[in-house]
Design a protein around this ligand. Structure first.
Ligand code: NAD
Length: 543
């Protein structure tokens, strides 16, 4: 109990370090990368309550860019571990939910500062090794975005708590924001370390307890998240990390009476199947579970005839290929006006041809490996498909090699069919498909963009003509939850461009924003009357 209303430190975005040649941060991070690369294989436990659990079923962890290298093993669990994680979460709930909000806030503010300082290199290096991100991609994800999630969410939490109702004379109305009754299940994707941490941290910050199932290909960096949160003072049992089969975990969690919410990021198909299971189990739950999911995308760039071709080519080179196109926001279909196409094509092919590809341990490599063999084979099959279709032509890349790492050459496909398969389906790899439209077909093209895919995550319009910008902004109102004007469709920053999509791309609850945090509380209204009536007769009843 504190007799004060506390202000939280004002959140500002963590500055992105440059890692320029000769900088201290460059030497320090590369040193950590080498250290972690060369250390003896590690053994990552499951974190359940106060226990670190190890089992006989070890799964190997390897960098995607060097699959023969063993980074370590994680311990595969079974039903008993899912049950134990749920029990541990529920046991921790009372104390955590009753802890004053400023103490919960302090844990995450401390985590932010630890990550900005002593944990930064470890978190970045583990993300480079586990997910094959180059130095810059690791820095903007594992360090900066996660620090921003922690700091901004603390601020948003106080914004929610400050939201109070009016009170008429003779009464005092209050709202309190209770955590959900039960536990939250966080199911996280491989591609962003920050998303993995935030899907657990956001509900926990609001007083909830969490069972967390990370993606298997992200466990190596996931365990650094657990170390960070423990160091920050997060009590045991508030976030329980289990490495188990997804469907098995789902089966147990979704039939538990105390299941109170799902915080999911991953593919659309998996999210839909989880929602269906929750729907069919609705009778089993104490409350209606909150379902928050951010899912797939088929993100677009539309270039009007008035756009600068160099700007378009650069937006595509970065937007489609950074982190090997494995961002949910990555540009994967582009519509280019015919009069600027020759100049865009020349610059794009030049830029893509100049990419250095290889291990993130070599800092000049812009492109690294895709996450695993399954992803590699799937992306390679799309490229093979493009190679044999008469209505498509590969103008850059088109080759792949998995002998040492899962390397796909960034590939640009041009099609004469706007409904070509790779214009429609999410590939989640470094493949960009382009459709060239006649300058006088801009309006029709906007309709096409709107109707081609089931997704609505990100997209951008590139143009100088203000009427074209206004037209596209309106016509594509429902085609993207994050819409960009004269920029690439990737790189959303917490606190600046709240992130999330609609249609098949998710529930659009905007990660790292008030809109998301509000899903993890259940408000209780309290009305207190100061002079309570003592007779039922209202004045109108008098004779
Ligand atoms: P995925 O759907 O394969 O896996 C996501 C998580 O779900 C993993 O932890 C996985 O083990 C688990 N899972 C899979 N099947 C399950 C089941 N039946 N029951 C319970 N859990 C199950 O996704 P991924 O390959 O890790 O990530 C890539 C996808 O995520 C892409 O579609 C991408 O667009 C999307 N994504 C979206 C956003 C966004 O904000 N919209 C952000 C990042 C990634």
């Amino acid at each position: 109990m504190s007799n004060a209303f506390f202000n939280v430190p004002k959140a500002v975005n963590e500055p992105v370090k440059s890692y320029a040649k000769g900088s201290l941060e460059r030497a320090s991070l590369l040193n950590m990368y080498e250290l972690m690369y060369n250390q003896d294989p590690i053994d990552v436990p499951m974190y359940i309550g106060s226990n670190e659990i190890r089992t006989d079923r070890k799964k190997r962890m390897a960098p995607p860019h060097e699959h023969s290298k063993t980074l370590g093993y994680f311990n595969y669990g079974d039903e008993s571990h899912v049950r134990a994680a749920i029990d541990a979460a529920l046991e921790a709930r009372k104390a955590w939910a009753n802890l004053p909000w400023q103490d919960r806030a302090a844990v995450f503010l401390r985590a932010a500062d630890l990550l900005a300082g002593p944990f930064r290199d470890r978190m970045n290096a583990s993300t480079m090794l586990a997910q094959s991100k180059n130095v810059f991609q690791a820095e903007i994800d594992a360090a900066c975005e996660l620090i921003d999630f922690f700091r901004f969410n603390v601020q948003f939490m106080t914004q929610i708590y400050n939201e109070q109702p009016e009170s008429m004379p003779g009464m005092w109305n209050r709202l309190e924001y209770r955590p959900l009754e039960g536990f939250v299940f966080a199911v996280t994707p491989f591609n962003f370390t920050s998303i993995a941490a935030n899907l657990c941290a956001a509900p926990a910050m609001m007083g909830n307890v969490v069972v967390w199932k990370p993606a298997e290909t992200q466990v190596y960096s996931a365990h650094v998240i657990m170390e960070l949160l423990k160091e920050a003072g997060l009590p045991d049992g508030v976030i329980n990390m289990i490495t188990v089969d997804g469907p098995l975990a789902g089966e147990m969690v979704f039939s538990h009476k105390e299941f109170a919410g799902l915080h999911f990021t991953g593919s659309t198909a998996v999210f839909r199947s989880l929602w269906k299971t929750i729907g069919s189990n609705l009778d089993k739950y104490r409350s209606y579970p909150r379902i928050v999911g951010e899912t797939g995308g088929k993100d677009f760039v539309v270039a009007h005839a008035s756009a600068n071709p160099l700007e378009v080519a650069t937006a595509l080179a970065r937007g489609a290929f950074e982190f090997q196109g494995q961002k949910c926001s990555a540009a994967s279909r582009a519509y280019i006006s015919s009069s600027i196409w020759p100049a865009v094509k020349k610059s794009l092919v030049e830029q893509v041809g100049s990419f250095n590809i290889g291990s993130p341990g070599v800092i000049s490599n812009f492109i690294n490996a895709v996450i695993d063999e399954r992803a590699f084979d799937k992306i390679a099959a799309y490229i093979d498909y493009c190679n044999v279709q008469s209505d498509a032509e590969i103008i850059a890349g088109g080759t792949y090699d998995k002998s040492t790492g899962y390397y796909i050459n960034p590939t640009v496909v041009v099609t004469t069919n706007p409904m070509f398969r790779t214009m429609v389906e999410e590939i989640f790899g470094p493949v960009l498909t382009i459709f060239v439209f006649e300058d006088n077909q801009f309006e029709e093209t906007l309709n096409l963009v709107d109707e081609t895919s089931e997704y609505a995550l990100t997209g951008s319009i590139m143009a100088k003509d203000r009427y074209a910008i206004e037209r596209a902004t309106k016509a594509l109102e429902n085609a993207a939850g994050n819409f960009y004007i004269n920029d690439k469709p990737t790189g959303a920053v917490v606190g600046q461009q709240p992130f999330g999509g609609a249609r098949g791309s998710g529930t659009n609850d905007k990660a790292g924003a008030v809109m998301n945090l509000v899903r993890w509380v259940s408000a209780r209204t309290i009305k207190e009357t100061f002079v309570t009536p003592t007779d039922y007769r209202y004045p109108f009843l008098s004779q």
